[in-house]
Design a protein. Structure first.
Length: 82
């Protein structure tokens, strides 16, 4: 696409389900922004591994990492060379 930019965003999605309180929350955080899919995949894989080995699993909280491709048009003028 001409005039459009592409970014890959790694999202941390944390679902919390407190059945005793009848409450459900979903928290979404941006972990990182990348220019290509390969770097985003490396970040996601690293976060998945760290989450698996460093946290104890809770039945009321589920964490996952996802990659989202974002297309956008920049409204910032490109610098013109003199």
């Amino acid at each position: 696409m001409i005039g459009h930019n592409v970014k890959f965003v790694v999202l941390k999605i944390e679902e919390q389900n407190f059945e005793a309180l009848n409450e459900y929350k979903c928290l979404v955080d941006v972990v990182g922004t990348f220019n290509n899919m390969e770097d985003a995949k490396k970040c996601k894989d690293a976060k998945d591994i760290l989450n698996t080995i460093s946290t104890e699993q809770k039945d009321w909280c589920h964490v996952q990492f996802r990659i989202q491709q974002i297309f956008y048009k920049s409204f910032v003028q490109a610098e013109k060379s003199a």
